[in-house]
Design a binder for this molecule. Structure first.
Ligand SMILES: Cc1cc2nc3c(=O)[nH]c(=O)nc-3n(C[C@H](O)[C@H](O)[C@H](O)COP(=O)(O)OP(=O)(O)OC[C@H]3O[C@@H](n4cnc5c(N)ncnc54)[C@H](O)[C@@H]3O)c2cc1C
Length: 386
């Protein structure tokens, strides 16, 4: 049996950031993933706010490599279309570089994993966790190949269906606090803005759906559509049919897709935003990223929040090891620190998401407050990003 102080399960952006921070602290650890990298992950491929902040905190050199990566492109504009007449512009000023970066997860997650420490991180990829249980002197992790690891503390960075969240925290997926999305890639999409502006639309069916068009470095385009998982089930909404209808006939969208060719099939996945309602720590474990329900309910940022949670988590791991204390009481500080960083923004975003359900009221309020929102957003973006 392998013995270690720390074992991270999942090497997506949240697990990789935890590992990178631990390595900076010179803390040896294991990091396991069921996939080998590069691997794909269903995502909109848009990086904003916390992704920049986290990359800078991890390493200025890494941030600079990210800015100059040939497969990542940056834009100064995001346009959120509330309806056909009203949009909110999130625009960067002349002196700042970008408000959004488009990076295929296939490339971005590989970029992070490639920068993991050779000295402090022991990588075990292509080897899924099959079982996990708490023993008196550690957490026992059983892997697919039969290997067993006993770790003083374990970090659940294993996404929305986290085995750590299920087995150690006893958390269940909460459909009312989850979004369901479909996503696909197209080529030959025309009439896109030269500025690589992100196009986001609230599309009202029986419920509000969010539609995203994000351009990528290879000339293809990432399309996503989704909404609240519980409401989608309740109203029997078929997201693939809806997204194909939008592309075929929406007056502001269809003309861009006249010659478009779909590159692969539609893929569906969940986005959890239950932070504050589920356990994120307990005896000998902490959860980060999607496993902790940390995506933004309104604009669905999950990569950046996940990375930032990994950095915050590593600070608690360091304190735990120093004090040889892995109890739930000691680790409670982690939840407090997460709440200090994300609490207000996530609560506000959840409120905004609820407000979108009242189509006319939401339209009227955003119409009246458009200038104020745009001004305030600029300040929030500066504070929460780079
Ligand atoms: C359609 C869609 C669009 C989205 N668009 C955006 C966007 O534009 N911008 C944004 O910021 N966020 C977006 N998100 C959210 C974002 O994808 C997630 O929040 C983000 O991937 C969370 O990162 P993570 O590291 O916590 O989890 P993940 O990226 O899911 O990584 C988890 C890792 O754990 C591994 N794993 C899982 N189970 C096991 C196991 N049992 N054993 C070993 N390894 C395991 C997996 O292989 C994976 O590598 C979108 C999500 C969806 C579904």
């Amino acid at each position: 049996m392998i013995k270690t102080d720390v074992c991270i399960i999942g090497a997506g952006p949240s697990g990789a950031s935890t590992s990178l921070t631990l390595s900076k602290m010179k803390i040896p650890h294991y990091i396991i993933d069921k996939s080998t990298f590069p691997r794909d992950k269903t995502c909109g491929d848009g990086l904003i706010l916390y992704a920049y902040k986290a990359l800078r905190l991890l390493d200025e050199g890494l941030f600079s490599k990210f800015l100059n990566h040939p497969k990542f492109i940056h834009s100064k504009n995001i346009k959120l279309h509330i309806n056909s007449k009203l949009s909110i512009n999130f625009k960067e000023s002349e002196d700042r570089n970008m408000v959004i970066t488009y990076a295929k997860r296939y490339d971005f997650d590989y970029f992070l994993v490639n920068n993991l420490s050779k000295k402090y991180a022991s990588l075990d990829f292509g080897n899924g966790v099959k079982n996990i249980s708490e023993l008196k002197d550690g957490v026992l992790i059983k892997l697919k190949d039969g290997k067993e690891i006993l770790s003083k503390i374990v970090i659940g960075a294993d996404g929305v269906n986290s085995i750590v969240a299920r087995k150690l925290a006893g958390n269940k997926i909460q459909k009312n606090l989850t979004s369901t999305f479909v996503n696909g890639y197209f080529k030959n999409v025309i009439n896109l803005p030269k500025t690589n502006e992100a196009e986001i639309r609230i599309i009202y069916k029986k419920i509000p759906l969010f539609f995203y068009i994000f351009p990528l470095a290879d000339g293809s385009v990432n399309i996503s559509l989704g909404g609240n998982a519980k409401l989608i089930l309740k109203h029997n909404i078929n997201l693939v049919e809806e997204v194909e209808t939008i592309i075929r006939s929406h007056p502001k969208v269809a003309y861009k897709f006249i010659n478009a060719i779909k590159i692969d099939s539609w893929r569906g996945w969940s986005i959890p935003y239950n932070f504050g309602k589920n356990k994120v720590y307990g005896n000998r474990f902490m959860l980060v990223g999607d496993a902790a329900g940390l995506t933004n309910p309104f604009y669905k940022e999950g990569v950046g929040t996940g990375m930032m949670s990994g950095i915050i988590c590593a600070q608690s791991i360091e304190a735990s090891l120093k004090n040889n204390n892995f109890s739930a009481i000691f680790l409670a500080t982690y939840a407090k620190n997460l709440n200090n960083e994300f609490g207000r923004l996530l609560k506000f975003s959840r409120l905004m998401l609820k407000a979108t359900q009242f189509k006319f009221l939401f339209g009227a309020i955003t119409y009246l407050l458009k200038n104020k929102i745009e001004l305030k957003a600029t300040k929030v973006i500066k504070r929460k990003s780079y």
